[in-house]
Design a protein around this ligand. Structure first.
Ligand code: NDP
Length: 253
């Protein structure tokens, strides 16, 4: 039977855990060949093997995308392996919650370097290929999906620079959306609320407990819930453009 993404190729950054891994699995189930990028080779291989076992096509690309050449190469690796690029999911991100007073400048730099600079490198390298895919695909469309956050819509103490990266991502997305409209590349943003992933593990020892406590009171979303939102966006027919999806946990304020 025909699946909505048969013949399409997707590249998911940060596909070794959490939302990215769930999204890669989901897009593969919808028929896409999937390139999985992140630093942890063994975790990527696990996801790729699972996809292959279910009859899907996946390639693991070990890459630290904060290295600019690596970000470019990763897009090229995807093309070398699968010949085209129909869907880019910019998902890799890091959230180092802390107050401006107690954080280090390194924590701020790390968020800018991954959530902003790396995302820009990957996107810039991918755009011409997305445009080409849109013009040659039976779907008649290509998709660029950016994973932002509720922190891209609401500012709170402790998330000053994380929020800076995600508010900025929302503006970048909206501008690109308008630029690429005539090229039939849909550009969308997904803003998850609290999702149960490894994201919070990277927060420094002093603030991790507080960050966890914030989440403990409510039932968090599962990574699959966000994969579901992304899948909805990229499986719409060409006449439909879902520009933005804000998905909070049911009990989240
Ligand atoms: P995870 O920590 O589970 O996933 C982050 C992913 O990014 C991992 O696959 C990690 O892989 C990858 N990554 C980190 N650094 C790099 C790097 N330098 N180069 C390449 N890949 C890298 O967290 P989530 O799944 O939660 O996060 C995914 C996205 O969702 C992020 O953008 C986050 O901001 C966003 N988000 C998450 C929310 C949540 O509550 N969990 C809420 C709102 C938004 P590796 O370490 O192997 O490189």
């Amino acid at each position: 039977y025909d699946r909505p993404l048969d013949g399409a190729v997707a590249l998911v950054t940060g596909a070794s855990s959490g939302i990215g891994a769930a999204t890669a699995r989901r897009l593969a189930r919808e028929g896409a060949a999937v390139a999985l990028a992140a630093r942890r080779r063994n975790r990527l291989d696990q996801v790729a093997n699972d996809i292959a076992k279910l009859g899907g096509a996946a390639v693991a690309i070990e890459a630290d995308i904060t290295e600019p050449e690596r970000a470019d190469d990763m897009v090229q690796d995807t093309l070398d392996r699968f010949g085209r690029l129909d869907i880019l999911v910019n998902n890799a991100g890091i959230m180092l919650l802390n107050s401006a007073l107690h954080t280090t400048i390194e924590e701020w730099d790390r968020m800018i370097s991954l959530n902003v600079a790396a995302l820009l490198h990957v996107t810039h390298a991918a755009i011409p290929h997305l445009i080409y895919a849109a013009s040659t695909s039976p779907r008649q469309v290509a998709d660029l999906v950016n994973v932002s956050s509720t922190a891209g819509r609401v500012a709170r103490p402790g998330s000053s620079v994380y929020g800076l990266t995600k508010f900025g991502l929302n503006a970048f997305t909206e501008s690109l959306r308008q630029e690429l409209l005539s090229e039939r590349v849909r550009v969308s943003v997904v803003e998850p609320g609290s999702v149960d992933t490894e994201l919070v593990n990277h927060v420094s020892d002093t603030t991790r407990d507080a960050a966890r406590r914030q989440l403990d009171g409510i039932e968090a979303l599962r990574p699959e819930d966000i994969a579901d939102a992304i899948s909805y966006i990229v499986t719409r027919e060409r006449r439909v453009a879902v520009n933005e999806m804000l998905v909070r946990a049911g009990d989240q304020t």
